[in-house]
Design a protein around this ligand. Structure first.
Ligand SMILES: NC(=O)c1ccc[n+]([C@@H]2O[C@H](COP(=O)([O-])OP(=O)(O)OC[C@H]3O[C@@H](n4cnc5c(N)ncnc54)[C@H](O)[C@@H]3O)[C@@H](O)[C@H]2O)c1
Length: 427
């Protein structure tokens, strides 16, 4: 059996934990085009805050910014971003440039596995031809390709790479078996051999589409129940007593996966002449929830007889997900934009963003002591664990008379807020 030397290309939320896992089992290499990221990783620092220094240092990884190093490895895994552009069209530029770079430097006999989330067909129809062109080699004869989607969940310490089944695929049976063998070394939970690369690509994208749609349904229910003067969580609690009812929660869908990946499949579907209605309807509902959050804040202020232009809002928790220091594509940014568009003076507070330069269109404070007083409305956005230290009573002390709280995910207790004389809204 051929010895496989690993190189992971793209060391972000997906690539770094992966190379570290391989590094625990033998020498591995991590390559990134971001020189600052490489310099930090060489010191054991993960600016994303996902991995501690000790873990990075313990693994036997060579971090490099020199693409010619890729040529010394015969198993290359590509984990670069796959965002959408402002028209919500898949942006494959990172994947294309990474394929070009790998192609230029890879040696004969290499297996290239892609982990980035894509629509079915990208690995074989877009990446493989670039690898061939850049290397002058022939795919299937001189090198092989595979696809293995990533399921890591930032800040989740339970569902880590060794503990979750990994879907693997390859362009032929021998490649599939080889890819399965390599990943089996690090995935205790085992690998699932998908019958084709396109099947594995489709499986990943629909995992996120299903989650997006489940949340969209809860969001739509919350819009209906609000008109019926019903509390969504109370209805869901009652319904969840049925054996086959699945409990999901309404909320904002941001970040670079759930709110983005559906557009990859819908783009491909449209290209094939099929207009996806359900998937896009879910996207539209989820994308518009920020406006609803602000509508609740405005209603509360109106009920309190306050003038919007003289009102002040505090938005707590602005990252796209709780306990994660990442604001990319956070829908709380839209909440801030809408609050300001309504004339409400807005201040953001997020203790997780200490030391980060983030542009939210509102002053960002990272220490609660500096938040000050005089707020008319508090929007509890992303419910970080760190907020457990801030009681409702403390919040009320920072607010003016007739305080309004829009607690998107019901972090605080409605009953307690109402007892304190606050007007309380949630989704
Ligand atoms: N973050 C998640 O939770 C998650 C989960 C599952 C799947 N995914 C998917 O995995 C892929 C990577 O996501 P991520 O969150 O790790 O992205 P990220 O932005 O955190 O990291 C990507 C890294 O790739 C580097 N990079 C960009 N272009 C490069 C190139 N041409 N060559 C080498 N390096 C390059 C960047 O400098 C960056 O360090 C995406 O397709 C994403 O959809 C992400």
């Amino acid at each position: 059996m051929k010895k496989r030397d690993i190189c992971v290309v793209g060391l972000g939320y997906v690539g770094l934990p992966l190379v570290v896992e391989f590094g625990k089992h033998g020498p591995a290499m991590g390559f990134d085009t971001d020189e600052r990221r490489i310099a930090e990783l060489q010191k054991g620092i993960d600016a994303n805050g996902e991995l501690p220094k000790r873990e990075i240092r313990q693994s036997k990884i060579r971090f490099t910014k020199d693409p010619s190093d890729i040529g010394s490895r015969n198993f290359v895994i590509v984990c670069v971003p796959t965002p959408i552009d402002r028209h919500k069209i898949p942006d494959l530029s990172h994947l294309e440039s990474a394929s070009e770079l790998v192609g230029k430097h890879m040696a004969k006999g290499t297996i290239v596995v892609f982990e980035s989330t894509v629509y079915p067909g990208v690995t074989e129809e877009i990446c493989a031809p670039i690898l061939e062109r850049a290397s002058g080699l022939t795919c299937g004869r001189d090198f092989k390709i595979g696809y293995s989607p990533e399921r890591v969940n930032p800040a989740d310490k339970e569902h880590t790479i060794p503990n979750i089944v990994k879907v693997v695929s390859g362009m032929d049976k021998a490649t599939l078996n080889e890819v399965a063998r390599v990943y089996s070394a690090i995935v205790k939970a085992g690998v699932y051999k998908a019958p084709s690369i396109k099947t594995a690509e489709a499986a990943k994208v629909i995992e996120n589409i299903q989650r997006d749609l489940n949340i969209a349904l809860m969001n739509e229910l919350s819009l209906i129940f609000e008109r019926l003067n019903l509390k969504t969580s109370e209805v869901l609690d009652a319904a969840a007593t049925k054996w086959n009812f699945h409990r999901y929660y309404p909320g904002l869908v941001g970040g670079h996966c759930i709110g983005v990946d559906p557009y990859y499949l819908t783009h491909k579907a449209l290209e094939l002449g099929y207009h996806p209605r359900v998937i896009l309807a879910g996207r539209e509902i989820n994308d518009n929830m920020s406006r609803h959050v602000v509508a609740l804040a405005v209603r509360g202020l109106n009920q309190a007889g306050k003038v919007l232009k003289k009102s002040k809002a505090l938005v707590m928790g602005v990252t796209f997900k709780e306990n994660v220091a990442d604001t990319r594509n956070s829908k709380i940014g839209d909440v801030i934009t809408e609050l300001k568009a309504s004339g409400i003076k807005t201040v953001a507070f997020d203790p997780l963003l200490e030391g980060q330069e983030v542009h939210l269109g509102a002053p960002l404070l990272t220490e609660f002591d500096r938040v000050g007083k005089g707020y008319d409305v508090v929007v509890v956005g992303t419910p970080h664990q760190a907020f457990k230290r801030i009681s409702l009573r403390t919040l009320k002390e920072r607010m003016k008379r007739k305080p309004v709280i829009v607690d998107i995910r019901e972090f605080y207790e409605r009953e307690q807020a109402e007892k304190l004389g606050m007007t309380y809204f949630s989704l």
